[in-house]
Design a protein around this ligand. Structure first.
Ligand code: NAD
Length: 281
């Protein structure tokens, strides 16, 4: 069993981004700028945005945070997005999700200029990815593929099972695994006999938001298990996989924390740089 070190790999990705940014500034070009919009009142979102700012600093990427009150109207949120869309200094816009219930998330996401959509969540950018014409892909999915490749894990022809079908994670990672020529099955809340399906997986990706849900009975011996879940429990943060219970069965497994999470942030830095170089220089 080998534990995939997402922290170490994320450092490598951030170092690569930093080196690229330095090359740009050495040529007298602008560094990228990431703008995060956060709606106050969600403590997890505050932590995520603070981590993203820290990563920007480490990579030489400028960052600005636009803070909006918890009762902000849809109209005012859209105005802020429009303002950032028009701002020529801004290379990427990230709308920290989830939004409070009174706001229309789909409309807000799709208001972001696709050339600044660092999370790759607009319909245009998702459409590009699902038709294999992407410039960038969603950060978590990108981080997962990078983890597999860096660890020289074969994807071609392998049986991959993704549990969870959100656009942000499950569906995106499934699309990328398919592009990498895996045979992919996507499972969700309505899947019957889930354990029978996951037990066929050479590569199992779990993104459901249910603490330690995946136990031994879901895993084939020798599987590669990627745990995307971030669950806050009385005993701290844990994933969707019961790490201690399943690890002896796995060829590779990602820990939580220290696995997919840091890779997501590093890939956000990479996406910001890619959009900057492609559309904003
Ligand atoms: P979501 O709630 O949008 O989607 C969850 C999906 O899981 C749904 O498709 C649902 O059908 C499926 N699901 C839920 N319970 C299930 C069950 N018992 N059996 C089968 N399918 C089930 O969530 P999301 O945004 O995709 O996030 C999933 C988890 O990943 C959360 O814990 C979230 O915090 C975490 N996450 C982590 C990162 C990271 O960087 N590590 C990034 C994004 C999300």
């Amino acid at each position: 069993m080998e534990i995939i070190d997402g922290k170490a790999l994320s450092q490598k990705v951030k170092d690569e981004v930093k080196a690229e940014v330095e090359k740009l500034t050495a040529k007298g070009l602008r560094e990228p700028m990431l703008a995060c919009i956060i709606i106050e009142g969600n403590s997890a979102s505050e932590i995520y945005v603070a981590n993203k700012q820290k990563a920007c600093k480490a990579c030489g990427i400028e960052s600005v945070v636009v803070r909006l009150k918890n009762d902000v109207s849809q109209e005012d949120l859209l105005k802020q997005i429009d303002k950032l869309n028009r701002n020529k200094e801004v290379s990427g816009i990230l709308l920290q999700l989830p939004l409070p219930k009174h706001l229309n998330e789909d409309e807000a996401i799709n208001r972001i200029d696709r050339h600044k959509d660092v999370d790759c969540l607009t319909r245009e950018n998702l459409g590009a990815m699902f038709s294999s014409h992407q410039t960038i892909v969603p950060c978590t999915a990108s981080g997962i593929i990078r983890m597999l490749k860096e660890n020289k894990i074969d994807i071609v022809g392998k049986r991959a099972v993704v549990v969870g079908r959100s656009l942000l994670v499950g569906r995106s990672v499934a699309a990328l695994l398919m592009q990498e020529n895996a045979t992919v099955t996507v499972c969700h809340r309505h899947t019957q006999n889930l354990d029978k399906v996951t037990k066929e997986a050479d590569i199992l990706v779990v993104a459901i938001g249910n603490a330690k849900f995946i136990t031994k009975k879901f895993i084939k011996k020798g599987a590669v298990v990627i745990d995307v879940g971030i669950n806050r429990t009385e005993n701290g943060i844990c994933g969707d996989v019961d790490f201690e219970n399943v690890k002896s069965l796995c060829k590779f497994i990602t820990p939580v924390p220290g696995g997919v999470g840091p890779m997501t942030v590093a890939c956000l830095m990479e996406n910001t740089l890619i959009l900057h170089k492609n559309y904003h220089l």
